[in-house]
Write a protein that binds this ligand. Structure first.
Ligand SMILES: [Zn+2]
Length: 286
């Protein structure tokens, strides 16, 4: 059975970009008569906005995007992430580098704009350096996968990303480990999300392999950007989805996904055709 999910961060109300991701994953799961789960990615407590998770859930409900089962909150799942990190012992090491040191020693920028970590602390920390972040050792074999919309993807982690962080300097589990553990424990078969996360998929596949988890199918829809090319987000003042005009919001989201326009969700499920989704990493929001 297909199990899909929508995993918003509660940093603000649902905006057009997150509506597109929610709608695409909902349609993909419903068209396969599968289950659709909602997970609130509230690991980064300082960035979480009080009430935002409830508001996102209310918006989904008003739009008619019903979810199955209980909503999962990452902030309550630290023990699962701790277990996984423990199982990776032997493939991980403590890094004592500061942000500044990483920028100075970086091999350049990864596709997602982060500094490529050159493996400075791989052979151990000297006595004068305190451990800051826990990293997982990468290798340079290419990790490849076939995205259902974006096509074949490849990335050599060691040279294009570097050993990446599982436990952050601020004590929080990193997004990559949390998402891999949750997708596995929730039995997710199909990840449908915005293409701003396309280049983190290989890190997730790397962790799935190290932890013995299956790799789900991936479908990345274009990320909705504003006229300046910036991803819609609270920081870019993206307007919230207006549920008082939900038919119009749904039509716009379907058009963005290349699907026939309708305000009837049952019809949208019948029409759902991922082959019509533009194979672009980003597209202008209406
Ligand atoms: Zn380091």
């Amino acid at each position: 059975m297909v199990i899909g999910r929508f995993a918003p961060s509660p940093t603000g109300p649902l905006h057009f970009g997150s509506l597109v991701a929610a709608l695409a994953s909902w349609l993909d799961a419903r068209a396969a008569r599968g289950r659709w789960l909602v997970r609130i990615e509230d690991l980064d407590a300082p960035r979480a906005v009080p009430g935002a998770a409830d508001e996102i859930l209310r918006t989904l409900d008003r739009l008619g995007l019903a979810w199955d089962g209980e909503v999962v909150y990452q902030s309550r799942r630290a023990s699962h992430y701790r277990d996984a990190v423990e199982r990776l012992r032997g493939q991980t090491y403590w890094c004592g580098c500061t942000r500044r040191e990483i920028a100075d020693s970086s091999l350049g920028l990864a596709a997602d704009g982060a500094q490529i970590y050159p493996g400075t602390c791989r052979s151990g920390l000297t006595a004068d350096r305190a451990p800051r972040a826990l990293r997982v050792r990468t290798t340079d074999g290419e990790i490849r996968f076939e995205d259902r919309v974006q096509g074949p993807q490849r990335q050599a982690l060691e040279s294009q990303v570097g050993d990446f962080v599982l436990l952050r300097a601020d004590g929080l589990f990193a997004y990559q480990i949390a998402v891999v553990v949750d997708d596995a424990l929730q039995g997710i078969t199909d990840v449908v999300r915005g293409a701003d996360l396309l280049d983190s998929t290989q890190r997730q596949i790397c962790l799935q392999r190290l932890l013995g988890y299956p790799t789900p199918r991936y479908l990345h829809v274009p990320a909705a950007v504003n006229a300046a090319g910036a991803k819609l987000a609270k920081q870019t003042a993206a307007p919230p989805v207006n549920t008082a005009r939900k038919e119009e919001e749904l039509r716009k989201a379907l058009a963005f996904l290349g699907q026939p326009m309708t305000a009837d969700l049952a019809e949208a499920v019948r029409n759902w055709n991922p082959a019509l989704i533009p194979a672009a990493r980003a597209a202008l929001a209406p």
